[in-house]
Design a protein around this ligand. Structure first.
Ligand code: ADQ
Length: 451
């Protein structure tokens, strides 16, 4: 299911998931069958037709909001075309959000808490409150919220902010994103922030940071499974005598994959003694493959990898192994555990969970994490990782050398710091905190109105 709303029932975490099924099912018979099949997993589909998916999902969400929230401009040739089609796409966005609201409203029961996720559903809190202003509504953004200077370039800037403000609680990964959101409300809507959030005509919307985590136990437990151990052994044999560096990303512009590979090339250029002693494994899951910009990125990455392998490879070994595919969970765990240095070079990233997953799997190796300062994770794992500006490939190349040569006691110290954070700030705790804050927010609001 794609972009979800979760409805928490009265019993703790008795969750129902409402989301777009991710496929076009035009006929009612098919829709009924899929609804029935998903019900077993407590999932409820919203059916969007091809035209709305194109204008709403490919258009407004992925072509406008996604690059804008990550500080990436539109490609020059698309700029005018997008400007012209903007209104149609925004209308589709509102229509799709209303369709989500209809489904949520149909399944809502008194006492439920409705938690809307991500930039695809910024209009949803308002639609839900129009249905029922007693509904407890929270909204969480998984991407960065950009500086108000960026947000104010969006033609629908005010309408989107006001819709989000209809929620009772608004959450972000970091304090910085929350601060950007509050200053956008001040500068664009003229509403002042309060220590708790944003208050407009007596209605308080709480705004706070809720940094996400992972289910670290799941990763730690997997490392003891025979199939994971076997894969680790295979990797150890395959790359014996070489240090392993790892990148795991969706193949997206925001992940800075070309920048990462160019920094690795610079490192090899300047450190000839490392050329046959280190390998970079870059696992890149293809994403949004029908979008020309993403197709261009794939060709660009292939071209750079080919050039570097041609330049520094030998008849028996190449410095970069690049895979355009996703790995299953056990293969991923084995890879994380067999890695000496993980490289996360996002140009912007809401949080970046790959860095958390790597740390969770490093209890025995105590490998080094090189992490972009533009990932939300830099604020939580910054003391243990080596932070870099991914745009500065000289700095990233130097950090690769530093990480590969790092003495064991420094690796141990850095790892312990991050491991403690990753195992104590989990996804379970994240969800429980958000839902409990949402409930508290409502209780406080009721008390205030009674006073
Ligand atoms: P993503 O941009 O998808 O998420 P990230 O947080 O790194 O980024 O999560 C990616 C997930 O996909 C990880 O669980 C990872 O294991 C998996 N993955 C990535 N590449 C893979 C591969 N090749 N094979 C298998 N699995 C792979 C968005 C935001 C982030 C934010 C998360 C959560 O963009 O900034 O951290 O949501 O809020």
């Amino acid at each position: 299911m794609k972009f979800v709303v979760c409805v928490e029932g009265v019993k703790e975490f008795d969750t129902r998931w409402i989301g777009w099924a991710g496929v076009n099912v035009p006929d009612e018979v098919g829709q009924r069958a899929l609804t029935k099949a998903l019900a077993e997993m407590r999932c409820i589909p919203v059916f969007l037709d091809e035209e709305i998916v194109n204008e709403y999902y490919n258009g407004y969400c992925n072509n406008i909001l996604w690059p804008l929230f990550h500080y990436l401009g539109l490609p020059q040739e698309d700029r005018l075309a997008t400007t012209r089609s903007f209104q149609t796409q925004f209308d589709a966005y509102k229509k799709a959000n209303q369709m989500f609201a209809d489904v949520v409203n149909k399944h809502y029961e008194d006492g439920d808490v409705v938690w809307c996720h991500d930039y695809h559903l910024m209009f949803l809190p308002r639609c839900l409150k129009e249905y029922n202003d007693k509904m407890k509504v929270g909204w969480f953004l998984h991407t960065p919220f950009p500086s108000s200077e960026i947000h104010r370039t969006l033609p629908s800037r005010s309408e989107l902010l006001r819709s989000v403000l209809a929620a009772d609680l608004v959450g972000f990964h970091t304090y910085d994103y929350a601060r950007h959101f509050v200053s956008a409300c001040t500068r664009i809507l003229g509403i002042e922030g309060t220590p708790e959030g944003v208050e407009d005509q007596g209605k308080l919307t709480r705004v706070a940071a809720f940094p996400i985590g992972i289910d670290s136990e799941r990763f730690i437990r997997a490392l003891d499974l025979p199939e994971v151990q076997n894969r680790m052994k295979e990797l150890k044999e395959r790359f014996a005598g070489r240090k392993v560096m790892l990148g795991v990303d969706r193949l997206d512009m925001i992940k800075g994959i070309p920048q990462k590979i160019l920094a690795f090339e610079k490192f090899l250029e300047e450190n000839s003694h490392w050329r046959d002693k280190v390998v970079l494994l870059q696992i890149a899951v293809p994403t949004r493959t029908n979008v020309p910009e993403y197709q261009k990125l794939t060709s660009q990455v292939h071209e750079i990898v080919g050039r570097i392998n041609g330049r520094f490879g030998t008849l028996t070994a190449v410095p970069i192994h690049h895979l355009d595919r996703s790995l299953d969970f056990h293969a991923l765990c084995a890879l994380y555990a067999a890695t000496d240095v993980a490289l996360v070079t996002s140009l912007r990233d809401g949080m970046n969970l790959v860095s958390y997953e790597f740390v969770a799997c490093q209890a025995s190796k105590k490998g080094v994490l090189i992490l972009s300062e533009f990932a939300g994770a830099a604020q939580s794992l910054g003391a243990g990782a080596i932070l870099v500006n991914p745009w500065n490939i000289t700095e990233v190349a130097a950090s690769i050398g530093y990480a590969l040569d790092m003495p064991a006691d420094e690796r141990e110290k850095r790892h312990q710091f991050n491991f403690k954070h990753v195992t104590t700030h989990t996804s379970q705790e994240w969800a429980a905190t958000f839902v409990s804050e949402l409930n508290d927010t409502i209780v406080e609001a009721q008390l205030r109105t009674r006073q």
